[in-house]
Design a binder for this molecule. Structure first.
Ligand SMILES: *Cc1c(COP(=O)(O)O)cnc(C)c1O
Length: 382
């Protein structure tokens, strides 16, 4: 972690802080995969939509993928490279505008494809390529809410529902079944997709491997990824896309928070000016325990605290941590790996303000690029 050389004492709290050096390190790893295989890597904006760094990301990646009209527009306006979109279903009134931004549109069902295909094909200007999301019915997911291959999943077309006779005009297939996984999972998943859908992949221009590839994690096996990509390129002569979200922003940012109060009820409890419910919802949803700079597991250091948010939700608990010194109001805590699936999932439950957003780079130092105000809260309600 290179955080040590950034002076965070003047940051407002709570505040997300993204370190461009760490982002560039991830982008270079992703780009090395592109260079070795000629595959194309997109940023999945769902996980990380900090558009201030889209120009930087666009120097390395080929574009964005989007889950909605707004994400498509953001990627189009702020990065201006390829814009791909996939949604479980498109909204009729939004579709015309969506076409303006999109290069690839992936449909979740043949019914959606049939509903929209003439509108895509008659769209003036550049040709928009269309794909179908397949469900290979194979995933190694441990968290049920992240498993798109579970029984009755609405995501993607299974082999038994696949309609080869309706593929005319389809340029590619897409599968997305992974979450925070290594390339051995991809290799096994891709093998199943190939067994079930290979005869159709053969007719396509591209195959999109979706996201969930933890490519920038230290123990990620890039060789297996490269081998899997090359296998499909060689066997079918197709283009391969990857669209990671988390891997782009993994370990590139922090959430700096302040201690507001210490209470005692069977144990010491610190109330922070951040909130799991509002500012790091995956801590409760996934669930997981974020690391804090200088803190350990309970009892590992002398002073153990339960860290909680300042909302009224009893379950707004981040976890139990131990520190070398007692916490006092005004102390700052630095939560690690807080760039992805945080800013994009924030909410203002309890009227809690959103954290500010700051960026660090070597040339300009630390810059607070966004602060939120009462008006941000007020305009979302009426
Ligand atoms: C969520 C999602 C991604 C990105 O997933 P990560 O886990 O952030 O890499 C990519 N494609 C699709 C279709 C998704 O739903």
């Amino acid at each position: 972690m290179i955080l040590v050389d950034i002076d965070i004492s003047k940051l407002p709290t709570p505040c997300y802080l993204v370190d461009e050096r760490l982002l560039v390190r991830n982008l270079e790893i992703l780009d090395s995969v592109q260079k070795r295989t000629d595959c194309k890597i997109l940023l999945a904006q769902k996980g990380f939509s900090m558009h201030a760094v889209y120009p930087l990301i666009g120097k390395y990646l080929k574009g964005v993928t989007s889950s909605s009209l707004f994400e498509a527009r953001l990627g189009y306006e702020k990065m201006g490279k390829e814009v791909h979109v996939y949604a479980p279903a498109y909204i009729e009134e939004e579709f015309e505008e969506l076409l303006k931004y999109s290069d690839h549109i992936v449909f979740n069902s043949f019914a959606q494809w049939n509903r929209y295909k003439s509108r895509v094909k008659s769209h003036p200007g550049k040709k928009i390529e269309c794909g179908i999301r397949i469900n290979p019915e194979y995933s190694e997911q441990e968290h049920a809410i992240y498993d798109p291959c579970s029984n009755y999943s609405r995501l993607g077309v299974t082999r038994s529902n696949f309609k080869p006779e309706e593929l005319d005009g389809i340029d590619g297939l897409h599968f997305h079944t992974m979450c925070e996984q290594n390339s051995d999972t991809l290799e096994r998943t891709a093998r199943v997709a190939d067994e079930k859908f290979g005869e159709f992949i053969k007719k396509m221009k591209w195959l999109n491997f979706g996201g969930g590839h933890h490519i920038t994690r230290q123990d990620y096996d890039i060789e297996t990824l490269v081998r899997t990509i090359s296998y499909f390129q060689d066997k079918y002569g197709i283009e391969v896309y990857l669209e990671p979200g988390e891997a782009v922003a993994l370990n590139t940012g922090y959430l700096v928070a302040g201690v507001l109060d210490i209470v005692e009820n069977g144990m010491n409890i610190a109330i922070l000016d951040t909130s799991a419910a509002c500012h790091m919802p995956d801590v409760m949803e996934m669930p997981y325990r974020p690391d804090i700079v200088g803190a350990g597991r309970p009892s590992e250091n002398r002073y153990t605290y339960r860290l909680g948010g300042h909302t009224c939700l009893a379950g707004d608990i981040i976890g139990d941590y131990s520190f070398q010194k007692p916490l006092v109001p005004g102390d700052r805590l630095i939560f690690c790996d807080m760039a992805h699936y945080t800013m994009v999932k924030n909410n203002t439950f309890n009227g809690v303000n959103l954290p500010s957003i700051a960026l660090y780079n070597e040339k300009e130092g630390i810059k607070v690029i966004k602060k939120f105000h009462y008006s941000d809260f007020e305009t979302r309600l009426s």
